[in-house]
Design a protein around this ligand. Sequence first.
Ligand code: DX5
Ligand code: ZN
Length: 225
Amino acid sequence: MNSAYATDGRYIHPSILNADFMSIGAELDKISTADSVHVDVMDNHFVPNLTFGASMVEQIVERSPIPVDAHLMIADADREAPVYAEAGASSVTFHLEAAAAPVRLARELRRKNAAVGVALRPATPVEPLLDVIGEFDMLLLMTVEPGFGGQSFLESMLPKIRRARRAISEANLQVSIQVDGGVSRETIERCAEAGANVFVAGSAIYKARDAAEEIAVLRELAAGH
Ligand code: DX5
Ligand code: ZN
């Protein structure tokens, strides 16, 4: 993959879903010590919420001091996802539930120079994906139902993280595991211990008094595992 994540690294990706969109430039500067900015693209079909489109992602790419990690919560990923690689996102993650041909799509995104992630909603089992997991740079295991920030972490996802990490290690693959939803000081260590190495945190970082300090604390907690 193009660089972005080594499976032995720990990466903090603040989500701007709960940032102040009227001051997006300043909100991006606040998190410049993080590894990537996580941009949640929602189309009001795949999830009941509407956020950014490709032209906004392109503007965020231009303005952001750090790489853009696009999380696409959109229907018809096969057709729509490549546009986000063209917009300059460093990594593009689509949902397995929204893709008809995930392997073909992953290869197309890699050809467009994006790292590729595949995301699973909480109730989607990881096992059917394991035979093709080497086609991806990252597996995003949602730890809330996608759609909104500020929900509480689903503890029941920890065994899924553990099973996925075990299978990836046994296959000798370098695939990162990203967790997204309810990740905070209270939950990040359990995610890391279970085998996640890329951590999305929205409200934990944007509601903190000092975003940079919160990023440092989260990184430190994740690094202990
Ligand atoms: C939810 C999004 C998340 C969200 C996380 O559908 O994918 O990235 O911003 O927000 P928190 O960290 O507040 O749960
Ligand atoms: Zn997300």
